[in-house]
Design a protein around this ligand. Structure first.
Ligand code: GDP
Length: 205
């Protein structure tokens, strides 16, 4: 898919204030610092579309970006902020879960995990919760360039082994590097293929 346009539409804390649209949404989530903003900017071919972790406040909102006037990238707040207080963490958790459970336009959720790390409890619990609620998701292994290909493949394999303990069927997964633009074509093609089948289904109805 070629990116012809990428526009910021709205940031908010309330699922009811998300854009009134029937366009499909692809949301991105992961622990703070996983590389989410860098990945969104890399996909959209826009250096400053999503604000990086160093921009205070911005990362605590649901951010909508309209792509090619056809679909949305939704940048969800990072989870697992150790530095936030209990109340603020709970508020964030509620905001994230109401978007994920109530937003009908949500077509696929990309769960980002750092390709260098062993599976973290917080991510595995989140993935399990997605499964329990029947949310379609894929895994994105970020920062692939930070290690050699052998190490990367071994880490991904080990991660999938852990997921297999929870899941009969593994979710789609992607290895990406925002620095080297690895995985960009694969992710965009994946989104395009889902968009195409949504359109075909709508035509057949
Ligand atoms: P966010 O908090 O998940 O939005 O993470 P950011 O996109 O702000 O990235 C956190 C840090 O990781 C920044 O210093 C980025 O430059 C770095 N980073 C993000 N993606 C990559 C990547 O693919 N490769 C490398 N080498 N560094 C990355």
């Amino acid at each position: 898919m070629e990116i012809k346009s990428a526009e910021f539409i709205i940031s908010n804390t309330d699922v009811n204030k998300c854009p009134d649209t029937s366009l499909p949404e692809y949301a991105f989530i992961g622990r703070s610092n996983v590389g989410k903003s860098s990945l969104i900017n890399m996909l959209a071919n826009h250096r400053k579309l999503a604000k990086t972790s160093s921009t205070p406040g911005k990362t605590l909102l649901i951010n909508h970006f309209l792509i090619n006037k056809e679909w949305y990238i939704v940048d969800l707040p990072g989870y697992g902020y150790a530095k936030k207080g209990k109340e603020e963490r709970e508020q964030l958790r509620r905001m994230i879960s109401s978007y994920i459970l109530r937003r009908e336009q949500l077509t696929n959720l990309f769960v980002l995990v750092d390709s260098r790390h062993e599976p973290q409890k917080i991510d595995l619990e989140f993935i399990e919760w997605l499964g329990e609620n029947g949310i379609p998701f894929s895994i994105v292994f970020t920062k692939a360039d930070k290690q050699g290909i052998k190490r990367l493949n071994a880490n991904i394999k080990a991660y999938l082994e852990v997921l297999k303990e929870q899941w009969e069927e593994l979710p789609p997964y992607f290895a990406t590097s925002s620095l080297e633009k690895t995985g960009r074509t694969e992710l965009l093609d994946y989104i395009e293929s889902i968009n195409r089948s949504l359109k075909e289904n709508a035509q057949n109805e």
